[in-house]
Design a protein around this ligand. Sequence first.
Ligand SMILES: [Zn+2]
Length: 430
Amino acid sequence: MSSILIKGGHVVTQNARREIVRADVLIEEGRISKVGAVRDAADEVIDASGDIVIPGLVNAHTHIAMTLMKGIADDLPFGDFLDKVFAADARREDRDIDIGTRLGCLEMIRSGTTTFVDMYYCEDTIAKAVEAAGLRGVLCWAVLDQRFTTQGGVPLENCRRFHSSHKGRKKIIPGIGLQGVYVCSEETFLGAREFALENDLLLHFHLSETRKEVYDHKDLTGKRPVDWLESIGFLGPQCLAAHAAWLTINEVRALARAKASIASCPVSNMKLATGGVAPIPEMLAEGVNVSLGTDGSTTNNSLDMLGEMKTLALLQKSNRWDPTVVRAQQALDFATLNGARAIGLGDVLGSIEAGKLADLVILDGKAPNLRPMLPEHIVSNIVYSANAGNVKTTICEGQVLMRDRHVLSLRESEVLDAAEATAFELLGRK
Ligand SMILES: [Zn+2]
């Protein structure tokens, strides 16, 4: 593999001291080999003078193939929303999933995401498209009780098959996705956990997204979801819970005890008006690892992590009547270091330091919305002022996926045309 030298940017290292340095970054064999003044020659030189170089963002919860279903169920009550999405989902074919994934990958490349956590069925189809795009996907096959699924066969068996056919790949990391307590029994949760522990896999699940989910589960079992998951022995460091919006302080402490991570999805929660706001200040105080996700495109409707960081910070401040809650630096941590830790890759991802995998994004330092760019305000500019249009170049594990706003790994116009045609056909399909 070739070497790449990124010259002269403001490098937001996200190292332990959160240093921002004017430096070059040398990439060799897919890893960052030097950060500083680099005189070595490289096969490819990218001039980033005056630009901002940040670690590739980690979207810790999405359903990428749903990108094609954007707009089909907006502005509806939650029950009607679910009916519409499930009906469209049941009509989906492999081709829809493939093109929806490619469209989502384009959007992520253009908005600075290099790693994402996905939960869906047909992750084998998704994996092919993600590999073509060159992104890193932690692809969690959806597991639920057989009586609730539209998947052919037994979901956990499908998940096992996906794992055995995809383990050991470079950027495709198989995981387990549990849809939620409303469709997964104790046996399903524990079967998934056993498989995860045997194979060192991420256990990703929806958790306490709506109040109804929490109280229905309490009616059924006598316990709130986190209390119940702790009581059956499910929780552990391999757990990444999406939403975690309706929690008591005891449940926050249970997640902290288990060393579990959460992925907050503020836009999705606000758009569906599910009412819960994840208790992020308490999670941070108790030591829960907080990461950030967009959720799928039927509930967001975008995969833009730059926008998601801002929304999370604003929602928390507004909800607490306290502007000091979730500072810009914390929001950036959620989308980088904490996301990497949530998927068990904290040692190799999430910051720009020698030895880490080369996941880097270059933001346009000439964009008016990012100026003035005083070093002490750069993080604030990234979280509160940046948008996807500022992303110039995206690199994942040393592979340049987009350079100077030209996507290199996918044929962009072909993907857009095919997505248009397929979405039109999907909507008309009965
Ligand atoms: Zn979700």
